[in-house]
Design a protein around this ligand. Structure first.
Ligand SMILES: NC(=O)c1ccc[n+]([C@@H]2O[C@H](COP(=O)([O-])OP(=O)(O)OC[C@H]3O[C@@H](n4cnc5c(N)ncnc54)[C@H](OP(=O)(O)O)[C@@H]3O)[C@@H](O)[C@H]2O)c1
Length: 248
């Protein structure tokens, strides 16, 4: 059994990762900035990192400054890797996003730079497609308008449980460099996903597919964020909608 630090353990992905690793019998520490957290630490200031990493043999790095488009992710990951090097060089597994090298979004460029830091350290990067929760939040936001606009692109949504399971495999048996990408079990048209959400909440609003301009959306239309050859066998979007308390 390993001693594993999970960064971002209070987040959408980090929580199921920490829960799964704990259920598998590992000694799991979760890093969070929140007062009262068992392992309180801040990747940006570096506070608490040495203590959190002492005696750890694996780090699963799920933390990200998602609310500010990854603004502090490069500095935060540098601090994490420096502290990891001081702590005896535990293996570090980082979760990134399919297509970060092909889609010119500022957040994706930052993820790509962080991947470079992870590779230079000798760690592992797993790129995953969009989480069910992320697609759901997009649908919820779109459903606030009388006409529900949906990007005219395909998506391959994945359950965080599936991503957690793959990260746990990589923690048990680390591979250096890029692991195979991981996508959800099916590739679906975003307007259809939004329609199924509306149906789940009993709304009869009309969904309007929108073709967005720009290089990033051209890359999305080309499927740069999809990995149809690497489908998880796990939960489908319909199962997620059925099993979640889907609120407006
Ligand atoms: N959303 C998607 O569809 C998707 C798809 C593929 C990959 N990913 C990647 O998966 C990862 C997890 O995403 P998520 O949606 O689970 O994120 P999230 O729910 O926004 O959680 C972010 C986590 O990062 C922690 N964090 C942020 N800044 C920190 C800091 N300075 N020091 C310490 N902890 C910090 C937060 O902890 P506290 O606030 O408790 O400190 C929180 O637990 C990200 O790297 C994301 O790019 C996401």
């Amino acid at each position: 059994m390993k001693h594993i630090l999970v960064t971002g353990s209070t987040g959408t992905l980090g929580r199921p990762v920490a829960d799964l690793l704990t259920a598998q019998g590992h000694h799991v520490r979760g890093l969070s900035r929140r007062p009262g957290a068992a392992h309180q630490g801040d990747l940006v200031t570096g506070a608490g990192l040495d203590a959190a990493l002492a005696g750890v043999d694996t780090v699963v790095h799920c933390a990200s400054d998602t609310r500010r488009q990854g603004k502090t992710d490069i500095a935060g990951t540098r601090n994490l890797l420096d502290a990891a090097a001081r702590a005896g060089h535990p293996h570090v597994i980082f979760v990134s996003i399919v297509g970060v090298d092909r889609i010119p979004f500022p957040y994706y460029r930052i993820k790509l730079d962080v991947e470079g830091l992870i590779t230079a350290y000798g760690g592992t990067t797993l790129r995953a497609t969009q989480f069910h929760e992320f697609v759901l939040s997009g649908a919820r936001l779109a459903a606030k308008l009388p006409l529900v606009f949906a990007p005219d692109v395909d998506v391959q949504p994945i359950s965080t449980a599936d991503v957690a399971a793959r990260l746990a495999e990589l923690a048990a048996d680390p591979v250096p460099g890029r692991a195979d990408d991981l996508g959800g079990p099916e590739v679906l048209h975003a307007p259809d996903l939004f329609r199924s959400y509306l149906e789940a909440i009993g709304s009869h609003r009309r969904v309007v597919p929108v073709r967005l301009p720009g290089a990033a959306f051209r890359a999305f239309r080309d499927g740069a964020h999809l990995t149809p050859a690497h489908r998880s066998g796990g939960e489908r979007w319909s199962g997620f909608l059925g099993g979640t308390a889907v609120k407006r």
